[in-house]
Design a protein around this ligand. Structure first.
Ligand SMILES: NC(=O)c1ccc[n+]([C@@H]2O[C@H](COP(=O)([O-])OP(=O)(O)OC[C@H]3O[C@@H](n4cnc5c(N)ncnc54)[C@H](OP(=O)(O)O)[C@@H]3O)[C@@H](O)[C@H]2O)c1
Length: 246
């Protein structure tokens, strides 16, 4: 018997890692996807790519940062296997920290808007009694470091929120809450950075994200060896951390 169609709604679907996660998904099973983001044209290009790989796709272009969006209306018509929240941004920290408006905007993109969306998905998951909510955090959320503590603190906030949400939803054993923590990945987000040996491709990280979603892992480092690196960084005594350029 062929597997049933997998229904997923993806917020920030045009992200390079999310795109590769979806390509891995549609290579595995028949899928019906709702691609959500801010640029209709980019979403349509992605939809065409995923349709050519066998998926059914709908596109929803809107401002993910708008608190007025009635998510329950957009998401009411389906029993969802997956809500995946992927949008994010990593601007120059020094520039951002000199502008209170930019600080607010970055916190909105990386923390507030994902949390609003997760909060809107929660009653749907409770009602369904099954399904997965997965959000892209980052290894940057594991310890505040001089190089990226603004971005890192938003991802740490996502980690704490999902920990509490996982606790709330524990009485629904069919519901999974997955925190995806990529390490440095070669995507438009990191286009300006020199690429060293710790960088992974979006294809690899997307495939690993799909595996973690399927397994319903609570927390997944992508690739898994980032757990060892971050464990070391987390436990580094402060006086030693302060001598590094991390
Ligand atoms: N790349 C890395 O090294 C890395 C490491 C750790 C964690 N992550 C996380 O993984 C996730 C995916 O990252 P990626 O590298 O795949 O990113 P990416 O390819 O640069 O894509 C960023 C995504 O965020 C969307 N976005 C950016 N600003 C937005 C805004 N103001 N409103 C709505 N959407 C906005 C973009 O939409 P448009 O297509 O419309 O621009 C795009 O879908 C992010 O949450 C990121 O923080 C990435």
């Amino acid at each position: 018997m062929s597997p049933s169609r997998y229904h997923a709604a993806i917020f920030g679907a045009t992200s390079a890692i999310a795109t590769e996660t979806l390509r891995s998904l549609v290579a595995t099973r028949p899928a019906s996807l709702l691609l959500i983001g801010r640029h209709a044209g980019r979403l349509e290009t992605l939809a065409a790519d995923l349709r050519s790989r066998g998926a059914e796709c709908r596109v929803l272009a809107l401002d993910l940062l708008d608190p007025e969006i009635p998510w329950h209306q957009h998401l009411a018509d389906t029993t969802w296997d997956l809500f995946l929240i992927a949008h994010g941004s990593l601007p120059d920290q020094e520039t951002t920290l000199t502008d209170p408006h930019l600080i607010g905007r970055e916190i909105d993109i990386n923390f507030i808007s994902p949390i609003r969306i997760a909060a809107a998905c929660t009653p749907l998951l409770e009602k369904q009694g099954k399904g997965t909510l997965a959000i892209f955090g980052s290894v940057a959320g594991d310890r505040g470091r001089a190089s990226n503590y603004l971005y890192g603190s938003t991802k740490a906030g996502i980690d704490a929120f999902l920990s509490g949400l996982r606790h709330r939803l524990a009485k629904h054993p069919g519901v999974r809450v997955v925190l995806l923590k990529p390490g440095m990945t070669d995507t438009p987000m990191t286009a300006g950075m020199p690429k060293g040996p710790l960088f992974s491709s979006a294809e690899k990280v997307g495939l690993l994200a799909w595996h973690a979603i399927q397994q319903g892992k609570a927390v997944a480092y992508l690739p898994s060896w980032w757990f060892l690196i971050m464990n070391l960084i987390r436990h580094l005594p402060r006086f030693l951390l302060h001598r590094t350029k991390l």
